[in-house]
Design a protein around this ligand. Structure first.
Ligand code: SF4
Length: 213
């Protein structure tokens, strides 16, 4: 069966996440509260894969990494490295455009505590596999955090152990180069585990690889 690259907003495959979506319709009224679609250029050579929508971020606004802390560092870095144009204003109608870049998540629905269960990752992985497969010029995948890295490898039909963990690791996965970064969550940026310089270096490396391709 062909799986689309984007899940329907009311995807029923993960009962726990469906229950959470329903609860968020009450606690986050007027929010998107559904499976968040990928955002970006359908002809992208770079794909950035995050973990899952944040409850008050993408789950609320309906655009990946938009509306909570994680988006600021990601979009500022994409603007700086030429993968975006415009200005990020934490709203889906801010007019920001991605250039040669697609952003998606390993799990498309917000999980409680930002922690998807293994079964939920597995349920959502076919959408991730289709998303990657539907990018005809894809060269570089930036994975944000270990859950993203493992899911990308498995979506590509590889063992989760096939990649190299840790910030700044680089490895080949099928026809793609994977660059792994710590996730740009507030938890990592506020504690200094991930600095703007460390994050930018990953995207500068993506730029170099793409420009050389
Ligand atoms: S996480 Fe993915 S598979 Fe699970 S309900 Fe949401 S869209 Fe469907």
């Amino acid at each position: 069966m062909n799986v689309p690259a984007e899940a329907p907003a009311d995807c029923p495959l993960c009962p726990r996440l469906v229950t959470y979506r329903e609860a968020n319709k009450v606690s986050v009224p007027g929010g998107f509260n559904g499976a968040v679609a990928s955002f970006g250029d359908p002809d992208a050579r770079l794909c950035v894969v995050g973990l899952a929508p944040g409850r008050m971020g993408a789950n609320r606004t309906g655009r990946p990494f938009t509306g909570d802390g994680a988006g600021w560092m990601l979009y500022e870095t994409l603007l700086k490295t030429g993968f975006a144009r415009g200005a990020y204003a934490a709203r889906p109608d801010d007019g920001l455009e991605l250039i040669d870049c697609m952003i998606t998540n390993a799990v498309r629905c917000a999980p409680p505590g930002n922690k998807p269960e293994t079964k939920e990752e597995a349920n959502c992985r076919p959408f991730l596999a289709s998303r990657l497969d539907a990018l005809p010029r894809l060269k570089v995948i930036v994975t944000l955090g270990d859950v993203s890295r493992r899911n990308v490898l498995r979506a590509l039909g590889l063992k989760a152990s096939a990649g190299i963990p840790g910030h700044g690791s680089e490895f080949e996965a099928g026809p793609y180069t994977v660059l792994n970064s710590y996730h740009c969550s507030r938890l990592n940026t506020n504690t200094g585990r991930l600095t703007a310089e460390m994050f930018e270096a990953v995207f500068q490396r993506a730029r170099t690889l793409i420009d050389a391709a």
